[in-house]
Design a protein around this ligand. Structure first.
Ligand code: MEV
Length: 316
């Protein structure tokens, strides 16, 4: 057992394929330049205590706080055969919760990494992924696993629920603009809503799923070759499908309209669960900073990120 262990993990954007990925299609996602950091240390207090930005909660307390982290902790203690007492878990995150940028997955991945490190266990991908996905499943019933896979792996990935991760060597000059609508959303509700659409329109839904997978195959190539025009067109195309299955809304669409008005972007779409959350746009490389500063006037948290960020990192 170490005195204390710290790990960090990035948030993510889904470039193509959210929601459909839950039902078996391909998706492309990437780690972003905002991270969650989790420290685990011993304390003389009895229970395990979780804290973040002045909020704290005990592991055994059912107060609705830190649900995902608690699930990761409980599963870790069970798997590693540990008493799970006298621990302090401190969370610091740059990823706004409810923004569709994978904050809960990043916190779960960093927690699993720091815990394994603290107890001198091997921090291997399989263990971290299993533990972190426990946390994700506790907050949203039917996760595809794409958020955890992206945060853990880092970089840009092609993801499929059953076959998992394959890395994409994205052109290093590519940058995405990420803008939070300011409207927090609930992933679980949106995933359920989409399942209803699938139930009511099975053949239409399966056609769409198939075309999303095809878009991902083309998108992978466009990312590797830096073909932003094609990538942007694919983003616009999938936004239409996401809107049809009911995951877009007026806060997303008016933001997309504003981005279109500014111009100099190859494409834009919601990212993640939708229903609010964040929008991503693919700016022309030479105009990226200008567009970001323009949109920041109304959305001060807008930021640019490349898509070659590091995944889980053990900090100490
Ligand atoms: C959320 O980031 C992505 C969704 O596709 C849900 C999932 O894959 O678990 C909406």
């Amino acid at each position: 057992v170490t005195n204390s262990a710290t790990a960090s993990a990035p948030g993510k954007i889904i470039i193509l394929g959210e929601h459909f990925v839950v039902h078996g299609s391909l998706a492309i996602s990437a780690a972003i330049n905002k991270r969650a950091t989790v420290s685990v240390s011993a304390t003389s207090e009895g229970d395990a205590i979780i804290s973040s930005r002045g909020n704290s909660s005990r592991l055994q307390m059912d107060d609705g706080r830190f649900r995902a982290v608690k699930a990761v902790l409980k599963e870790s203690f069970r798997e590693l055969n540990l008493p799970g007492k006298g621990l302090k878990i401190e969370i610091e995150s740059e990823i706004p919760p409810g923004s569709g940028l994978g904050s809960s997955a990043a916190v779960c991945v960093a927690t699993a990494g720091a815990l394994l490190r603290h107890f001198d266990r091997k921090v291997d991908r399989e263990s971290v992924s299993r533990l972190a996905n426990r946390g994700e499943a506790s907050v949203h019933g039917n996760p595809s696993g794409v958020d955890v896979a992206t945060s853990l792996n880092g970089g840009t990935i092609l993801f499929e629920k059953t076959s998992g991760v394959s890395e994409i060597k994205a052109d290093p000059t590519i940058e995405f603009l990420v803008v939070f609508t300011g409207l927090e959303r609930n992933t679980s509700d949106l995933v359920q809503k989409v399942s209803k659409v699938k139930e009511n329109f099975p053949s239409y839904f399966s056609n769409l799923s198939e075309s999303i997978s095809k878009a991902c195959v083309l998108g992978k190539k466009a990312l590797e070759t830096g073909d932003l025009e094609t990538l942007g067109a694919l983003m616009n195309l999938t936004q239409t499908s996401l809107s049809w299955i009911g995951t877009s809304n007026s806060s997303i669409e008016s933001l997309i309209e504003k981005i279109n008005k500014i111009g100099h972007c190859h494409g834009s779409k919601l990212t993640g669960a939708g229903g609010g959350g964040s929008v991503i746009a693919l700016p022309e490389i030479t105009n990226a900073k200008k567009i970001a500063s323009e949109i920041s006037k109304e959305y001060p948290d807008a930021f640019l990120t490349n898509i070659r960020q590091e995944g889980l990192r053990i900090e100490q």
